[in-house]
Design a protein around this ligand. Structure first.
Ligand code: ZN
Ligand code: ZN
Length: 185
């Protein structure tokens, strides 16, 4: 359940985030509440209400673009389709998906541009200056986040490899996660 409304622990461990003037109150399971020093916090109105949340920070390679994601990811797919090979220049894309998390651009929003391959749902957002992959919301109701652009450590393991039917000849073994020839069930 995302953003479960729970009581604060009696003696929470805390960590001040100087950059954002917020304090994290850890629940003990890796999740935390955010407490804002300011009563006028544009980023975290929920923090004043004691809403348990997870958030992530990320940025592009040149540092022009930075962002925050509030909420949790539903799935994490490694896509080996030919579009993702071209797009990433690699064996596969590594994208996190969420239908509930919120994306907030913290800097460089005007340096973010997007491309959608005509006739497909294949879309990507990237930094105009350095080309780094960035989160996109081109598909209504779905936030897609390239895992590599996150600066916050991600504990979630990949859900599955997909489109292995078109994997590159030089692509190594998929490993121990579930494998699908096309889209998962
Ligand atoms: Zn950049
Ligand atoms: Zn793909």
């Amino acid at each position: 359940m995302v953003n479960a409304r729970l009581r604060l622990p009696r003696e929470p461990s805390t960590k001040r985030i100087k950059r954002y003037n917020h304090t994290r109150l850890y629940a003990g399971d890796g999740r935390y509440w955010l407490r804002c020093a300011s009563a006028l916090c544009a980023f975290h109105p929920q923090a004043m209400e004691g809403v348990l949340m997870t958030d992530y920070f990320g940025s592009c390679l040149c540092g022009t673009v930075s962002f925050e994601i509030k909420g949790d990811f539903d799935s994490f797919y490694l896509c080996h389709c030919q579009h993702c090979q071209k797009d990433t220049g690699s064996a596969h894309a590594a994208n996190l998906f969420s239908q509930s998390a919120k994306l907030i651009w913290l800097s460089g929003a005007d340096a973010v541009t997007s491309f959608t391959l005509p006739g497909t749902r294949h879309t990507k957002s990237f930094c105009k200056l350095c080309g780094s992959a960035l989160p996109n919301t081109q598909i209504a109701g779905l936030l897609v986040v390239p895992a590599g652009c996150l600066d916050t450590e991600l504990s979630m393991a990949p859900t599955a490899h997909i489109f292995l039917s078109s994997k590159a000849a030089w692509d190594g073994e998929a490993g121990e996660v579930p494998e699908f020839e096309g889209l998962p069930d």
